[in-house]
Design a protein around this ligand. Sequence first.
Ligand SMILES: NC(=O)c1ccc[n+]([C@@H]2O[C@H](COP(=O)([O-])OP(=O)(O)OC[C@H]3O[C@@H](n4cnc5c(N)ncnc54)[C@H](OP(=O)(O)O)[C@@H]3O)[C@@H](O)[C@H]2O)c1
Length: 424
Amino acid sequence: MPTRRRPGPCSTTGGCSRCARRTARRRCSPPRRRTPPGSPSAPCCTTCASCGCPPSARRRPTSTPPTPCARRAGASGAARPAPDPGGTAGHRAAGPTVGPCAQSPSPSPAAPEALVLGEQPDPTPGPGEVVLEIAATAVNKADTLQRQGNYPPPPGASDVLGLECSGTVAELGEGVEGWAVGDEVCALLAGGGYAERVAVPAGQLMPVPAGVDLVTAGGLPEVACTVWSNVFMVAGLRADEVFLVHGGAGGIGSMAIQVAKALGATVAATAGSPEKVEHCRSLGADLAINYREQDFVEELKALPAGGADVILDNIGAKYLARNLDALRTSGRLVVIGMQGGSKAELDLGRLLTKRAAVAATSLRGRPPAEKAAIVAATVEHVWPLVADGTVRPTVGSTYPLEEVAQAHRSVDESSHTGKVMLTL
Ligand SMILES: NC(=O)c1ccc[n+]([C@@H]2O[C@H](COP(=O)([O-])OP(=O)(O)OC[C@H]3O[C@@H](n4cnc5c(N)ncnc54)[C@H](OP(=O)(O)O)[C@@H]3O)[C@@H](O)[C@H]2O)c1
């Protein structure tokens, strides 16, 4: 019998002949774990006859409110064929947006309420992979975009949401060395974190830093790897330089402020309210700017250095020209988010005059070997700072997986600071 089973539409892979073969094979077995339901790609359905699934492939209706039909969601770009060939999806999993089908008025496929719990077969570890029994995961901005159908998982990745987790090693795949069943770890994922189990390449495992509890550790991999890879591996921030991070009170910003400060940089951060500005200061920001009331370019230019050497930007197009204004000679701008759009004009003349550089990166779609290199560097450089208390994980709120919709809503509304955690 499943534990904590929740009514809901079927998960991505759950039970539809058009979905995953693995699921279909196991659909007659008693469900073993709950899984976050309906990812955009989940074409199967629990209750609806309109999706085309043969009746034998449908799961029994539950008391869950109907959720939007994957087919209809497909019109908004949310639905896609359910893959997970790598076995990276979980069991009880909180699926995204669009899982199952519904006949009656229901939340918009893009709404947090369209997230419901479903069930999936257990993953098995491929060569070089381990299966984790998940303790906690975190809601990242990318998850909300995926829920809305705007950020499909990379090929081969689970379409269950979740880019990071913590938990216990439950199974080892062929050739895995250095980890044992029962080890407590956290991990960087390409997807599948909102589930009770996930399969992940061993190179993406990280030990739980000393002094950090297992749940809190589930919110560390994505922010720590993003900050280390972009601010230090790409932009090469040095101790005598000025660093600016936009969105300083968010998950990435909270980590970036602390790591940059710990390594000796002068740190500036932008945030959108007095409380968030204070949060940035409390983490060590030398200059915390309320971007709704102050011009960050002017504030940066007023510093003795006259600007920033490195900028970590989550806004994109809307800030491109002003970021360039705020950069010092030989400055480096790294764009990691497009909350302000993706297309803008770049004045190459100004870039050239400043001998500056603009980079843009994403972590999720990288091949496992690149992720493993980033994970190793992050464990080497950031984990000691966490273990000695110099860098603190910043958990703003924690929800049980059953309340995944509320957790997503808080990120949608940007009412959070730091990380928003989900516990299994
Ligand atoms: N490329 C990658 O590999 C990668 C990896 C991880 C994350 N990311 C991206 O990085 C960004 C941040 O992620 P996160 O997890 O930290 O998200 P988050 O926790 O939601 O934080 C985002 C922050 O941005 C702030 N913000 C919104 N508009 C702003 C503006 N105009 N100026 C300054 N700050 C603004 C928000 O605060 P207010 O509401 O107060 O404005 C919020 O604190 C997201 O866009 C995410 O997709 C990229």
